[in-house]
Design a protein around this ligand. Structure first.
Ligand SMILES: NC(=O)c1ccc[n+]([C@@H]2O[C@H](COP(=O)([O-])OP(=O)(O)OC[C@H]3O[C@@H](n4cnc5c(N)ncnc54)[C@H](O)[C@@H]3O)[C@@H](O)[C@H]2O)c1
Length: 349
């Protein structure tokens, strides 16, 4: 088990590796009133483990799914927390994927103006990305993550134990973020290419998770509030989010990979990204997704609304340049669309 310390506005410890759950959680439960938030799928799979470790800790089981990362469920969680008689010294444990982590982190930040929060991520995406860095949120009015706050967890416990029950779709989702990290870090890039034929193996995922968390922790240490460097973690997300909003058929990570594939094409066409390097990244994305769909002008539309955009009528995205090097690119919306549509000729239907 490895400990990664993230010193941002407050200090967070991330314990990562086999056995982390059983080694850390019983100790973290001692000394205060606790509350557990999980979701219906995790509870069904791990109910026995939960009762053996959490005993009679009050809990709220969120119905699984992004559609429940909403204001009404946030209210239900906060109501359950008041009913459990939590105090300012209490601690909320959020055990589940990114949905539980995001809404649970927000509930912890709001309750009595902030109680301690321990994140126990159980999906690849949550382990490599969402549980670390303190972004919490709910969706509202069909806008993702529009209400939220930066609220760092006290501790994050990352145990590969939970990955064994994940369906392939969720593994692909997490791999989307892992390939994104590969495009940001030369070290992760090298490791991912070394394991190109066993990207779905749990032993690979366990090792790469440590590197991804290290990378994210370094970025968050330097830019907790996403005013600069942290925006790089959105590589592939400008087009990815637009496509995700437009048709919700694939997982978040798959849309990120499709976004990365297209935006790499654009960076290559603009002469920013080294051709061979870009081709390798695109091959990686294609390998995980299994095929890059041709996008339409209507599907790209959401990029106009991306949070990274700095002025109306422009689109900002993070372009890969060469190993571990990336840049922020700003294009007029029309040019962005025409360059993406040009790249779509290389994609497949
Ligand atoms: N806070 C951040 O920095 C950040 C970063 C990236 C994504 N996110 C958010 O994360 C969310 C997506 O996270 P996610 O992909 O983990 O989705 P999720 O939480 O919906 O989990 C995906 C599915 O896997 C199930 N599941 C969870 N653990 C399991 C396990 N061990 N075995 C079997 N099934 C399991 C869940 O019940 C759910 O059905 C989105 O809401 C996104 O906005 C947040």
């Amino acid at each position: 088990m490895k400990e990664i310390v993230l010193k941002a506005s407050v200090k967070s410890s991330v314990f990562v590796g086999e056995g982390a759950f059983h080694r850390c959680v019983p100790a973290l439960l001692k000394g205060q009133k606790n509350f557990l938030l999980t979701d219906s799928n995790v509870y069904e799979l791990y109910g026995g483990l939960i009762s053996s470790v959490f005993g009679n800790t009050p809990l709220y089981v969120l119905p699984a799914g992004e559609e429940n990362k909403n204001f009404s469920e946030l209210g239900n969680i906060l109501t359950a927390m008041t009913e459990a008689g939590l105090l300012r010294t209490s601690c909320l444990f959020a055990m589940g994927g990114g949905v539980v982590g995001d809404i649970g982190g927000l509930a912890a930040g709001l309750y009595m103006r902030g109680i301690r929060c321990v994140q126990i991520p159980t999906t690849v995406l949550a382990q490599v990305d969402s549980s670390v860095g303190g972004k919490t949120a709910i969706d509202m009015n069909n806008i993702k993550n529009v209400v939220g706050m930066f609220y760092q967890p006290q501790t994050v416990v990352v145990d590969p134990l939970f990955l064994r029950t994940l369906p392939v779709r969720e593994l692909k989702c997490g791999l989307g973020e892992i390939v994104k990290y590969a495009a940001l870090s030369a070290e992760i890039y090298k490791e991912v290419l070394k394991h190109i034929d066993n990207l779905f193996d749990l032993s690979f995922l366990e090792e790469i998770t440590k590197l991804c968390i290290d990378h994210k922790a370094n970025v968050v240490r330097k830019d907790e509030r996403e005013t600069g460097l942290r925006k790089s973690l959105n590589m592939g997300h400008t087009l990815g989010h637009a496509l995700e909003l437009y048709d919700k058929k694939l997982s978040h990570g798959e849309y990120v990979l499709i976004g990365l594939w297209y935006e790499t094409c654009v960076a290559q066409a603009m002469g920013l990204c080294k051709q061979e390097y870009g081709d390798t990244l695109k091959a990686l994305a294609r390998k995980v997704v299994g095929g890059i769909p041709a996008v339409t002008e209507a599907a790209i539309g959401g990029a106009r609304m991306d949070k990274k955009n700095e002025s109306a009528g422009t689109v900002t995205f993070i372009a890969p340049i060469s190993k571990g090097i990336f840049d922020t690119v700003k294009l007029p919306y029309e040019e962005y669309v025409s360059r993406i549509l040009e790249a779509a000729k290389e994609a497949e239907c």
